[in-house]
Design a protein around this ligand. Structure first.
Ligand code: HEC
Length: 101
């Protein structure tokens, strides 16, 4: 298997594992203080993509892809590399509960 193939399988397995957790949106909101300096809480994008209201599975997969380096963005790599599975689940749950105004 190619390294890329192995990384894709790892991302898929990790995404599934995180989605099986019960993310705590209150904890997610607390952690999200570090995200809203760049991403707007209004849900509008301004150069930086909107993340508010994204489906939980989409957010988890995106964060896993940054964490594992499948998505190459240095800022998001740095933001995600130290997040635990519980923290990713909490952030995704919180973002999914927020409304776009
Ligand atoms: C320093 C600015 C900055 C911070 C802080 C930041 N992000 Fe990002 N984020 C970005 C940029 C820029 C992108 C687009 C990167 C790309 O092109 O892949 C992005 C992309 C994303 C995406 C992918 C959106 C999509 O639709 O593809 C998600 C999800 C995300 N960020 C979540 C978070 C979370 C959760 C946090 C807090 C833990 C966070 N970000 C902190 C700048 C930031």
């Amino acid at each position: 298997m190619t390294p890329e193939g192995a990384a894709l399988l790892e991302a898929e397995a990790l995404t599934t594992e995180i989605l099986s957790l019960d993310g705590d949106p209150t904890f997610g909101e607390y952690l999200g203080g570090a995200c809203v300096t760049c991403h707007q809480t209004s849900g509008h994008s301004d150069g930086i993509p909107a993340i508010v209201g994204l489906p939980t599975d989409y957010t988890v997969q995106a964060l896993v892809e940054y964490k594992l380096g499948l998505r190459e963005n240095p800022v998001m790599r740095l933001m995600t590399e130290r997040l635990s599975n519980e923290e990713i689940a909490a952030l995704a749950e919180w973002l999914g509960t927020m409304d776009v105004d």
